[in-house]
Design a protein around this ligand. Structure first.
Ligand SMILES: Cc1cc2nc3c(=O)[nH]c(=O)nc-3n(C[C@H](O)[C@H](O)[C@H](O)COP(=O)(O)OP(=O)(O)OC[C@H]3O[C@@H](n4cnc5c(N)ncnc54)[C@H](O)[C@@H]3O)c2cc1C
Length: 268
């Protein structure tokens, strides 16, 4: 299928891009891996595509207390960045390495994935488990949203019209370990069930799941994660009915927690 004709602009600055996005029918174009397929199916017909590829938003900045990832950081960047080769951030690189195929990992971006909010996408679980904040801007102001408040439903986020994700900020916890595990759909590679876990030396743990509900979500911190899953509202379809998916969720949660603990031991 060929998409409908669309105007394409390629701003050189963030302000120009945000200005172009004040048009309610405009859409940001990042890697195009999710947007172009829905445009080809004519599910989405933007008046103008605002290509954000020249805004310099692809950086990886590791500070003393936080990691800042630009919205345009690709999966390939996250998989190979030396800054991410530490046990506390292993979930980021490990998850990126499991997304799609080589072409998708070369083009697909962190910001595009979070904004698209496919309920089976992988990285939202990692962003949740690592307690990240999503930095968003429109033509007037910037705001920060906790990952927990960002995902609202299938393909629905807290982004307001005209807002762009500019970066995602991850707090660093000394000596911690993290990991991502998924059982993927054999045809699409998306998560039938995916889990990200983050464990810290003081015994805290944070576990988020994806592919199993209307949107990725954190399991309650004060309950055993496997007990929490028995209570959770789990989605089912013909590929994985509810109780089978609940079982898969338990499997990936256990794997993610075991690997996160192993990674924490490497950090010690
Ligand atoms: C064959 C194939 C296999 C895939 N497999 C997987 C998989 O296994 N796991 C997985 O998680 N994903 C998978 N994906 C999806 C892939 O990860 C996409 O890259 C990602 O979902 C979207 O990123 P993008 O940069 O391509 O965004 P685009 O397609 O450019 O944009 C997607 C949406 O986000 C908006 N947007 C983009 N950037 C921003 C921004 N900075 N701020 C605000 N809005 C923005 C766009 O306007 C659009 O609505 C797959 C895709 C394909 C084609």
């Amino acid at each position: 299928m060929i998409p409908a004709a669309v105007e394409h602009v390629r701003p050189e600055t963030l302000d120009e891009a945000l200005d172009a996005l004040t048009d309610p029918e405009a859409k940001a174009l990042a890697g195009g891996q999710s947007l172009l397929p829905v445009m080809k199916l004519r599910i989405v017909r933007p008046s103008v595509l605002v290509d954000i590829g020249r805004l310099g938003l692809g950086g990886v900045q590791l500070g003393d207390n936080e990691l800042r990832l630009g919205a345009l950081a690709t999966w390939d960047t996250l998989e190979s960045a030396p800054e991410l080769k530490r046990p506390s951030l292993a979930a980021l690189a490990g998850c990126a390495a499991e997304i799609g195929d080589l072409q998708v990992r070369n083009r697909g971006t962190l910001g595009g994935s979070l904004a698209h909010a496919d309920p089976a996408s992988d990285m939202p679980a990692v962003v949740l488990a690592l307690g990240a904040e999503v930095v968003v801007r429109d033509a007037r102001a910037e705001r920060k949203l906790s990952a927990e408040k960002f995902f609202l439903g299938p393909f629905t986020t807290a982004l307001a019209p005209g807002e762009l994700i500019t970066e995602v900020v991850f707090p660093l916890v000394e000596g911690s370990g993290s990991a991502y595990a998924k059982v993927e759909h054999p045809a699409s590679g998306f998560a039938l069930a995916g889990a990200a876990a983050h464990v810290t030396p003081d015994g805290k743990r944070s576990v988020a799941v994806t592919g199993v509900g209307a949107h990725p979500f954190l399991l309650p911190a004060d309950a055993d994660p496997l007990d929490a899953l028995t209570e959770a509202e789990i989605y089912g379809d013909r590929f994985a009915p509810t109780e089978y998916r609940r079982h898969l969720a338990g499997v990936v949660v256990r794997r993610a927690l075991d690997r996160a603990r192993e990674n924490m031991e490497k950090a010690a």
